[in-house]
Design a protein around this ligand. Structure first.
Ligand SMILES: Cc1ncc(C[n+]2csc(CCOP(=O)(O)OP(=O)(O)O)c2C)c(N)n1
Ligand code: SF4
Length: 259
């Protein structure tokens, strides 16, 4: 490992605020393995987090970072990139942050093919504020604002961003940490607008309201509803109904990025 763990994490800020069994720890760790194995220059890496459990991640990393208002991580990341194109800028946030309140920034940054990376952690609810409905909440799911089950259809954010024009879009899940590390490594090899959606377990706000009382039950749920094989998506959907998610690379283009 080229980058040492103690150089990547701000251990002085430990213990972190994530609940036991939360997928965000797996995601931070996978990011560490990717950065370390690629031996990336930490002085060139910048991360912008929005508001939410996910948005706290940059604060635990020993790189320059910004904690900005809810939904606005992408425009701030864009400003950083325009000010210094040498930087590798990553915006990170929850599904509410990136696809909900920040959804318009997301689709237009993808359309413009801005040279930044966005990581959306999809835990199917607004976790930090108590488990409300998100645009990614599947139908039938119980949240604090849908106590009788969600009636609405959900965004497949990765497909949305692919359609909006991003250069590289992929999706991974915390039930497969090795796949996630590989995905983060690939993410750094692409330029232009790069979007990685990570399906993740929120056992506290999402799991326990939906008869999944332990983190492993949510991980099993994720495993049962995902496949890396595009041909199997429809087959699986017919068998168990939505949500079903394709994992791995969803789109790969080589359009000239801005800036
Ligand atoms: C403008 C604004 N609206 C609402 C909020 C309240 N708020 C804080 S975090 C959040 C949602 C968190 O959910 P998500 O973005 O999915 O992140 P998670 O906590 O699930 O990681 C909301 C609605 C806020 N801080 N600012
Ligand atoms: S509320 Fe959910 S997403 Fe937030 S730290 Fe706890 S388990 Fe993780």
């Amino acid at each position: 490992m080229a980058v040492k763990r103690e150089d990547f994490f701000r251990f002085e800020r430990w213990p972190h605020m994530f609940c036991p069994g939360c997928g965000l720890g797996t995601i931070m760790n996978a990011l560490y393995f990717a950065v370390s194995e690629l031996d990336l220059d930490l002085d060139k890496l910048v991360m912008v987090g929005g508001i939410g459990c996910t948005g706290r991640i940059p604060g635990y990393l020993n790189i320059d970072s910004m904690h900005v208002t809810h939904g606005r991580a992408i425009p701030v990341a864009l400003g950083l990139k325009l000010a210094n194109p040498e930087l590798e800028v990553i915006a990170i946030g929850g599904d509410g942050d990136i696809a909900g309140i920040g959804g318009n920034h997301l689709i237009h940054a993808a359309r413009r093919n801005i040279d930044i990376k966005v990581i959306q952690v999809t835990n199917f609810n607004y976790a930090l504020t108590g488990g409300q409905l998100a645009p990614t909440t599947p139908r039938g799911v119980i949240t604090t604002t849908t106590p009788y089950g969600n009636q609405e259809y959900f965004f497949d954010t990765a497909e949305l961003v692919a359609a909006a024009g991003a250069n590289w879009v992929a999706r991974y899940s915390t039930h497969d940490p090795k796949g996630l590390i590989m995905g983060f490594k690939k993410m750094f090899s692409h330029r232009g607008f790069v979007f990685v959606e990570v399906l993740s377990q929120c056992p506290v706000q999402f799991g326990r309201r939906n008869k999944m009382r332990s983190p492993t039950e949510v991980l099993e749920w994720l495993k049962s509803r995902t496949t890396y094989d595009r041909k199997k998506v429809e087959e699986l959907r017919k068998k168990i109904g939505d949500p079903v998610f394709l994992l791995g690379e969803i789109v790969s283009r080589d359009r000239k990025p801005i800036p």
